[in-house]
Design a protein around this ligand. Sequence first.
Ligand SMILES: NC(=O)c1ccc[n+]([C@@H]2O[C@H](COP(=O)([O-])OP(=O)(O)OC[C@H]3O[C@@H](n4cnc5c(N)ncnc54)[C@H](O)[C@@H]3O)[C@@H](O)[C@H]2O)c1
Ligand SMILES: O=P(O)(O)OC[C@@H](O)[C@@H](O)[C@H](O)[C@H](O)CO
Length: 382
Amino acid sequence: MKVVHFGAGNIGRGFIGLLLYQSGYEITFVDVNAEIIHAMTQEKAYQVHFADDNSAPVTVEHITGINSAENPEAVTNAVIEADIITTAVGPNILPVIAKAIAEGLAKRKDRNPKTVPIIACENMIGGSTLLKKYVYQEIDEIETEEFEALCRFPDAAVDRIVPNQMNKNILDVWVEPYYEWVVEKAFIQDILPAIQGITYVDDLGPYIERKLFTVNTGHAATAYLGNYYNYKTIDQALQDKSILHMLNGALEETGQGLMEAYGFDSQAHHTYIQTIISRFQNPYITDEVKRVARGPLRKLGPEDRFIRPSGMYLAYTAAAPKYLSKAMAAALLFANDEDEEAVQLQTMIQNKGAAAAFAEVSGLEQDHPITKAVLTAYEQMR
Ligand SMILES: NC(=O)c1ccc[n+]([C@@H]2O[C@H](COP(=O)([O-])OP(=O)(O)OC[C@H]3O[C@@H](n4cnc5c(N)ncnc54)[C@H](O)[C@@H]3O)[C@@H](O)[C@H]2O)c1
Ligand SMILES: O=P(O)(O)OC[C@@H](O)[C@@H](O)[C@H](O)[C@H](O)CO
């Protein structure tokens, strides 16, 4: 059984690759990082270590790597032979890999017409659906009909904290023990892949929104506020009681909208929130604020971890959220020369002012109550 996985980074190696290996798959990682791919073709294995004091590491074997920048033909061949295709490249890279997937699928119809599930494991709502749109943009009308039989794109939610790595062996990876991988089964009932650790569900909506608007909203709020108060790592930031208080406040706000929308039991949701916060506080993990804060334009986007739950909160309480607004103000103050989106955001703020920049990125009007609350917090903080 063969998998092609796009993105041999933290989550690719530390989560998706590990679970697929444990389910008996041979994995071909596709990446543009020459050093990682070279090491994979040499070593053919790597170790996953768990950030606790008792779990033994697991050696992931039967792997190979393809550098898609150097060897696109090998990617096409791997797509032709794959039983499953997965991705963990980041939402912005999905349009880039779509071409390679489309080329492989187009050739697949004569050589291996079996239907292949394609699962985007990215932090976003509707990642696989979006990837499908990009793949279909690469093909004509006749191929569109053929592709309906060749591939399916179930959406997914993935949860495991995998920080940036600083190991002697560049392939090895440290991960938190916790994980959750939820995949919608509607489109793949007849071809459900047997992967240990996947939970198949009929309706992914509550799972992805609960995860994105609790884990990722809380993480991002901690990162932007932590950066504002000059902390370097997530666990350091949460030792500051005022940041912990603001994190709890922000998750109360997202929780209110989530409980209203999905009818989650209040006590169960509060237990979930506390579990998430203790994962952020894991003393065995060093997770840089800059990693978690990466891509502020994406994170402040209309469907992402701040704006959407803020809108849900406003809809149910008729007030703009106080703590989420403060976290978003801190996001507007996130300056990092190594982060392309942070540079762009700071340039936008300089050129047109914070209100116009926030309105453009968030999709909200300048006189929207959330914009006003964010800007009030921004003026107090800058
Ligand atoms: N790290 C986490 O804790 C975590 C947890 C859940 C979900 N995610 C999601 O997983 C995705 C990947 O995150 P990550 O933390 O592993 O990032 P990462 O930067 O460690 O990995 C991304 C990989 O994609 C590769 N890549 C870039 N362009 C490519 C291309 N054109 N073709 C193939 N590969 C390409 C990069 O070289 C890198 O190795 C993101 O959507 C992220 O939100 C991350
Ligand atoms: O990957 P991003 O940039 O969307 O978000 C950064 C972190 O919040 C994220 O990677 C978490 O560690 C992960 O989503 C936990 O499951």
